[in-house]
Design a protein around this ligand. Structure first.
Ligand code: PLP
Length: 447
């Protein structure tokens, strides 16, 4: 569908006047107007003016199958015509809801898992934080309430999830956050918060959790939450042994280990779940995004048998959303997962992720301090001086993504000077090579 110049102007004007954008610069919107997308097919996006872009971020890290998948559209259509909605409150369920819970439970690295359904990542994390407190309160541990996350973490923006998020711009002005949250170091090896180097560091970042638990008192700590590979904080792949050490510490102090797979889940990192790269079994797994490839909103909190046992004894879990277990979302998720498995898309994510990483490394750009990632989660750390790792006084990232956008690539900038690349999991070698070319040229030009 194309729009003429008058329609485009009207859309942009209405956007600025009436649409309150999530996490956007209102100043930039006022100055330059919005970037309105009109259509998508595969890894390509088209704006209202008909310009074509490669989707270098999979929306917000979410698309496995890319845009315009007809099988997913058909699954949604069929379910809407069969039963568009019924609640899961009061012991009700629907057929796709049951089937999705069963399917997800069969896939995750938790045995006899139980699946609570939500409409996204923030709702999932809020659910989980309530759940861990409910679990310990009902087990008789009245003070085990604190949830520990990590510096630079992003776990969502509702008050519960936001309290575990630790990016300063998301907190400022929104205080007070929820009580009972605390934070430990992030495994950012390139700029280690302890100024150490792996393996001589002795995994100081993992030991920081033990230090924090001891400082707060083990009787007060309920859970530790972490992404397998931190995404929005800057794309940080932890060093070998990190999650094994985390699991050991959580076991030692009876702290639940919550694995936030909202970005990593369903294949993006090259394995079905990010945590499968390490030997650490979580107590709870948080899912969203690629569970439906973003076609409809859905999230899931997956809990182990020991947690369900406490709920069973209590006899109820008084928490839920109108859309928990929404049949259309579940039907789309089931079809989406079927396609991911049929096409073994995690293998493509591993192959294409490697090609993307190496392609950027090979350009050996002056301003690139480090390119890192796993599968289709890639981060480019821009620095002024590669030898000293000194950052640019005025970050280069915004200019890089602007130039890339002008040249037909949507990418994103994290924390000022880390460029995020995370295209859909169906991406081809040719499209990856084009991303490398556009992003590297943009870095050169911006430098
Ligand atoms: N957890 C992680 C790791 C995320 O990256 C995000 C969103 O990007 C969330 C939670 C929040 O998800 P949502 O935006 O669907 O609420």
């Amino acid at each position: 569908k194309t729009y003429d110049a008058v329609e485009v102007e009207a859309l942009k004007k209405a956007d600025v006047e009436h649409f309150l954008h999530p996490t956007s610069s209102i100043t930039r919107l006022m100055e330059r107007g919005p970037k309105i997308m009109a259509a998508g097919k595969g890894c390509k996006l088209y704006d209202v003016e008909g310009r074509e872009y490669i989707d270098g971020t999979a929306g917000l890290w979410l698309s496995a199958l890319g845009h315009g998948n007809a099988e997913l559209a058909e699954a949604a259509r069929e379910q809407i015509l069969t039963l568009e909605y019924w609640t899961a409150f009061n012991e009700y369920s629907t057929v796709p809801t049951v089937k999705l819970a069963e399917k997800v439970a069969s896939m995750v690295p938790i045995e006899n898992a139980h699946v609570f359904l939500t409409s996204g990542g923030s709702e999932t994390n809020d659910t989980v934080f309530k759940l861990v407190r409910y679990y310990f309160h009902n087990k008789g541990y009245k003070s085990k309430e604190i949830i520990i996350s990590r510096q630079r973490a992003y776990h969502g923006t509702t008050y519960g999830a936001l309290s575990a998020t630790k990016l300063p711009n998301f907190h400022e002005g929104f205080e007070p956050l929820l009580p009972g949250f605390d934070y430990v170091a992030v495994p950012y090896c390139y700029l280690c918060p302890f100024g150490k180097e792996y393996p001589g560091c002795g995994l100081e970042c993992a030991l920081d959790l033990e230090r924090k638990i001891q400082e707060l008192g083990p009787d007060n700590v309920a859970a530790f939450v972490a992404e397998p590979i931190m995404g929005t904080g800057g794309v940080f792949v932890p060093p070998a042994g990190y999650f094994e050490k985390i699991r050991e510490i959580c076991d030692r102090y009876e702290v639940l280990y919550v694995d936030d797979e909202v970005i990593c889940g369903f294949g993006r990192t090259g394995k079905l779940f990010g945590i499968l790269h390490w030997e650490a079994t979580p107590d709870i797994i948080c899912l969203a995004k690629a569970i439906t490839s973003g076609y409809v909103p859905l999230g899931a909190a997956v809990v182990s048998e020991k947690i369900f046992d406490v709920l069973k004894q209590k006899g109820t879990f008084p928490h839920g959303y109108t859309y928990s277990g929404h049949p259309v979302a579940c039907a789309v998720a089931l079809k989406n997962i079927e396609i991911i498995e049929r096409e073994r898309l995690w293998e493509n994510a591993a192959r294409m992720g490697g090609r993307l990483l190496n392609g950027i490394k090979e350009r050996n750009l002056e301003a690139v301090g480090e390119v890192r990632g796993l599968g289709l989660m890639v981060g480019i750390d821009l620095v002024k001086d590669r030898a000293t790792k000194e950052k640019f006084p005025t970050p280069l990232g915004a200019r890089v993504i602007e130039i890339a956008y002008e040249n037909g690539l949507v990418c994103r900038c994290l924390a000022g000077d880390i460029i995020q690349l995370s295209p859909p999991m169906i991406i081809t070698a040719e499209e990856v090579d084009r991303i490398v070319e556009i992003v590297c040229d943009a870095i050169e030009k911006a430098y």
